[in-house]
Design a binder for this molecule. Structure first.
Ligand SMILES: NC(=O)c1ccc[n+]([C@@H]2O[C@H](COP(=O)([O-])OP(=O)(O)OC[C@H]3O[C@@H](n4cnc5c(N)ncnc54)[C@H](O)[C@@H]3O)[C@@H](O)[C@H]2O)c1
Length: 378
């Protein structure tokens, strides 16, 4: 049992506020942590809803102003679970107050904003992490480990797709997800997870070309009546060139009928292939070029064996883990490294992902190949 405590302040009580609160409660149950998270305060703009969330999620108190949460002395870690357009202001204020910061993805709306956030936490010398939780899905962690250990040889091709149906219905009213200034883009919303996994497992991206489309261009205004222009892409695709010569294809869409959250990642090297499909998230497909030709095909690895990443923290092999486990693994890792760190992925890595997102956005807007250096200036 951990003897020391760390005070948690969660900003936002929506889906991610719930997921992170769940993970703080579950992490000490599932693994032996060096520190016990204490849910000190949650913030939200709506008094009735935030007070209800505080009671349901197990927080000691709630506030309607995130600035008050940042100022509270009992809060050691500010965990930001609000829309992307709000991240920079909150994270910068938290760093200035000397708090460690965990921020949901995508880190920001633009690369400039994201790199300023990375600079702010560096200057304040506070621990910082971005919410790329899918790295800690056991099968994705295993994929990374196998690539690092040479299971596929030299990586030639990377392929990532994320198809969802959340924007299919034109009757869905306007909310922050359709607003570029608050929600960013679909490239950054869905694509940031995939790009993070690509940068993590393959290498940096040097150049992209892309296309985007918004099929439903106006949505009903739920507050004022009438309609509001949709300012985000609904579907985008890109060709990627990686450092060291690998090539990649990315597709993200929120307009794919009957596709709930189907993301896939495939890596083809000169010696093997690895395939991950989220719908079967405890499995990893592996084809090895050197195995018996009579067994041509891919084997299905159950990514639950005690030798696999995170498996020892969960249920016996065969029981499986789900989406919630990725948050428990992610936040559990961060808590275990409190207060010395390092935490990863950190804001610098979040900004690197944002640079690729912005390069894709620019390539789609300008209908040309764009190099990463045009966005980062280096
Ligand atoms: N890692 C993941 O798997 C994952 C999944 C979903 C969302 N996200 C990210 O988490 C963040 C929050 O997403 P969510 O799904 O929890 O959103 P949500 O709409 O469910 O909740 C948003 C919360 O932010 C508050 N808020 C503060 N300022 C707001 C504003 N200007 N407009 C709207 N709401 C505002 C809302 O009151 C609410 O508490 C986003 O950055 C999103 O991209 C990550």
């Amino acid at each position: 049992m951990a003897s020391s405590e760390v005070g948690i302040g969660v900003v936002g009580y929506g889906m991610m506020g719930r997921a992170h609160s769940y993970a703080y409660a579950a992490a000490p149950v599932m693994r032996t942590l060096s520190v016990r998270p204490r849910l000190r305060v949650i913030s939200g703009r709506d008094e009735a809803r935030v007070s209800q969330a505080a009671a349901a999620f197990g927080f000691e108190s709630w506030v309607t102003d995130w600035q008050e949460l940042v100022r509270r002395p009992e809060v050691d870690i500010v965990d930001i679970c609000t829309p992307p357009g709000t991240h920079a202001e909150i994270a910068t204020a938290a760093a200035a107050a000397g708090k460690a910061v965990i921020c949901e993805k995508p880190l920001a709306i633009t690369y400039l904003e994201a790199s300023n956030m990375a600079q702010a936490v560096r200057k304040a010398a506070v621990l910082n992490a971005v919410g790329f939780n899918y790295r800690r899905v056991p099968a994705m962690s295993l994929m990374k480990r196998m690539v690092d250990e040479g299971a596929v040889g030299k990586v030639r091709l990377w392929r990532g797709t994320w198809l969802s149906d959340e924007f299919v219905d034109p009757a869905i009213p306007f909310d922050w997800r359709f607003d570029r200034a608050v929600g960013g883009s679909t490239i950054a919303d869905l694509g940031s997870h995939l790009i993070d996994m690509a940068l993590w497992t393959v290498s940096g991206v040097t150049e992209v070309c892309a296309q985007s489309e918004t099929f439903v261009r106006e949505r009903a205004n739920p507050r004022a009546g009438g309609s509001v222009p949709v300012t985000v892409d609904e579907a985008s695709s890109a060709l990627l060139r990686f450092e060291w010569g690998a090539r990649g294809v990315l597709e993200v869409a929120r307009t794919a009928v009957r596709r709930p959250c189907d993301f896939t990642v495939e890596i083809n090297g000169d010696a093997g292939t690895l395939v991950f499909e989220y719908a079967r998230l405890n499995e990893l497909k592996y084809g090895e070029g050197a195995d018996d030709p009579g067994l041509y095909g891919m084997r299905t690895i159950r990514a639950e064996h005690p030798t696999h990443p995170y498996a020892h923290d969960w249920w016996p092999i065969g029981q499986g883990v789900g989406y919630g486990a990725s948050f428990v693994n992610h936040l559990g890792d961060l808590l275990d490294r409190w207060p010395a760190g390092p935490w990863e992925p950190d804001f610098a890595q979040g900004a690197a992902v944002q640079a690729v997102c912005e390069t894709i956005e620019r390539a789609a807007a300008e209908k040309r190949w764009v190099s990463l250096a045009e966005v980062t200036g280096s």
